[in-house]
Design a protein around this ligand. Structure first.
Ligand SMILES: [Zn+2]
Length: 583
């Protein structure tokens, strides 16, 4: 958060507190700030934490303190004009074609964390009429073994997000290309086959010294490399290294490895065809050049890799692509690490890549999050280089704004109990499908006589014998008798009454199972009409939350909990002006 925004937040929090008995309202402060700073809506997920902290601090001030603070401010009439940080402008785009790439290691599917590099890379290609390349970086058959047929798994996520791939490559299909460049750089005297034990080599390197392998001439190096290729040399005994500056300040930049031997690769795509595997840095550097990539947007963790790769670009006299490194995305509510997720699945902690606790796109989709929400939140974060902690409430609010109008309302009861109401005349009762559309209702015809309803056991304590209660949107009844199993009442009218207990009800039910966000299950009943919905639809379960219908059977339904009913953090109407024109 910059100083000016800090000052403005404090100023308006104090003003709002003075106007509202000493307590500033967060929503009001944010609305005010957004009116001044048009870009705040985009960055809200980044700034919200500090804004909240400042408002809380103001709310802890006593009256005297508040007044002193208030009087210390200059006029409120003249607002400082806030300078807007522009989106990353590509001032070179008129001279060079914008070619971006997304180069995931396909050892796991896309999660919210890597969606940032994906969506930004795609968006910049589209925005500048360029090209978007998908390149599977599947050259680590051992430590980060790629999945089989990642293109099928990734395509689902891409289709969902509206990402269109112009060209697709697998690094493992390009091994001969890498070998050719390895031979070339060896012949230039810029690479060597190192037989040293890693620890000993590291000791030398830390003292800015090279090992004796480095000294052999290019011809000898070529011979040794051929032995690597023919698998005469086995795993762990030799690596190919690029000669770099031994005096680099960062020791990890010194003579980085470009290829290693894997004895039994069992690669899902190329099987055991190759035993020499390029490092990420080597393959990626070669391909970015060969595929004519001009703009790389990727995570900050790759900033050092760019430095390594630049040695190759210098040797080959190539121009390194324009590069932007974005910070990490943190979200405490979800796991956003492929290796942690993979480990968890293997240990049986997670049920699969779409376990509801995970931040994978598969999981978010299955839970009922809208693709628009994912795109919007990534857009809000932008292409900053600092790490960003996403506020999950912001995701919920965004998602709600996208799914709410399309989801009908039902009622879910975990512990139902029967209520029998006597003396009901023949009549129709109705339930509204959505609070914003009062004319859309579900109508139930009741026959004259006794009618049985299902209500929640939790509501039973609201009912007092002899007193009147109201079945929401329907009718009033007087409670006659209560026992463990059942409630008895008699009809007293239909007119809406004030100050009477309001009871939600179900007339005919279906069994329901809800998979919660912590992967626990809830069982209960829901209005039977939900069976007419389609799999994949989102519904609202009153005072419970939003759910996505995962499976419908004849007599039961399985739903995945999307998120809670409402959050209170944000102004209800946040402008959703979008920089992603592909929405
Ligand atoms: Zn060596």
């Amino acid at each position: 958060m910059d100083e000016l925004l800090k000052q403005l937040t404090l100023k308006y929090a104090v003003k709002n507190a003075i106007e509202h008995q000493g307590k500033a309202e967060l929503k009001a402060v944010i609305s005010k700030l957004m009116a001044i700073d048009k870009n705040l809506a985009k960055n809200l997920s980044v700034e919200i934490k500090e804004i909240t902290e400042i408002v809380e601090k103001v709310n802890s001030m006593d009256k005297k303190e508040l007044e002193e603070k208030f009087n210390s401010f200059d006029s409120f009439d003249e607002l400082p004009e806030r300078k807007h940080k522009e989106e990353m402008q590509l001032d070179w785009a008129d001279k060079e074609k914008v070619v971006t790439r997304y180069a995931p290691n396909p050892n796991g599917p896309i999660h919210l964390g890597n969606a940032r590099a994906l969506l930004n890379s795609h968006e910049y290609a589209r925005k500048y009429n360029g090209k978007f390349i998908l390149r599977f970086d599947d050259t680590d058959p051992k430590v980060k073994k790629p999945m089989a047929n990642p293109e099928i798994v990734f395509k689902k996520d891409f289709d969902w997000l509206g990402v269109k791939v112009d060209e697709m490559y697998f690094a493992s299909d390009r091994m001969e290309v890498y070998y050719a460049f390895m031979k070339k750089i060896i012949s230039m005297g810029k690479a060597y086959v190192c037989f040293c034990e890693k620890e000993k080599w590291k000791e030398l390197i830390d003292q800015n010294k090279g090992c004796s392998c480095r000294e052999k001439d290019a011809k000898e190096q070529a011979k040794e490399f051929d032995k690597m290729l023919s698998h005469e040399i086995k795993e762990g005994t030799a690596v190919l290294r690029i000669k770099t500056d031994l005096n680099s300040k960062d020791p990890s930049l010194r003579d980085w490895w470009a290829a290693k031997i894997v004895d039994n690769p069992e690669h899902p795509r190329v099987k055991d065809k190759y035993h020499v595997w390029p490092s990420y840095n080597f393959a990626s550097a070669i391909d970015d050049h060969e595929l004519r990539v001009t703009l790389i947007i990727r995570g900050q963790e790759h900033a050092q890799n760019a430095e390594k790769q630049k040695f190759l670009y210098d040797y080959f006299k190539w121009i390194y692509p324009h590069t932007f490194h974005t910070g990490r995305i943190k979200l405490k509510e979800m796991v956003l690490s492929t290796s942690k997720i993979k480990e968890g699945i293997e240990q049986g902690m997670y049920k699969g890549w779409d376990d509801p606790r995970l931040g994978t796109l598969q999981a978010l989709r299955r839970r009922g999050f809208s693709a628009k929400t994912i795109k919007e939140i990534i857009k809000e974060i932008g292409v900053k280089s600092s790490d960003v902690t996403i506020d999950f409430n912001r995701i919920i609010d965004l998602n709600k704004s996208f799914i709410d109008s399309k989801s009908d309302r039902y009622y879910f009861i975990e512990e139902p109990i029967r209520l029998e109401v006597n003396f009901i005349p023949e009549m129709e009762i109705e339930k509204p499908l959505h609070p914003d559309y009062p004319d859309q209702v579900r109508v139930y015809g009741l026959k004259a006589g006794t009618q049985s309803f299902l209500i929640s056991k939790k509501d039973v304590k609201k009912l007092e014998i002899g007193k009147i209660a109201r079945l929401k949107h329907a009718l009033n009844f007087r409670v006659i008798r209560k026992d463990e199993m059942q409630i008895f009442g008699e009809f007293t009218g239909i007119q809406k009454l004030e100050n009477k207990p309001l009871i939600n009800w179900i007339l005919s039910e279906t069994n329901a199972e809800i998979i919660m966000d912590d992967s626990t299950k809830k069982h209960g009943i829901i209005d039977k009409e939900i069976l007419e919905e389609e799999t994949g639809n989102t519904v609202q379960l009153e005072s419970f939350g939003y759910c996505r219908i995962d499976e419908i059977n004849k007599k039961s339904i399985t739903l995945w909990f999307t998120h809670k009913w409402k959050t209170s953090n944000y102004p209800s109407k946040i402008p959703l002006k979008s920089f992603f024109h592909t929405f």
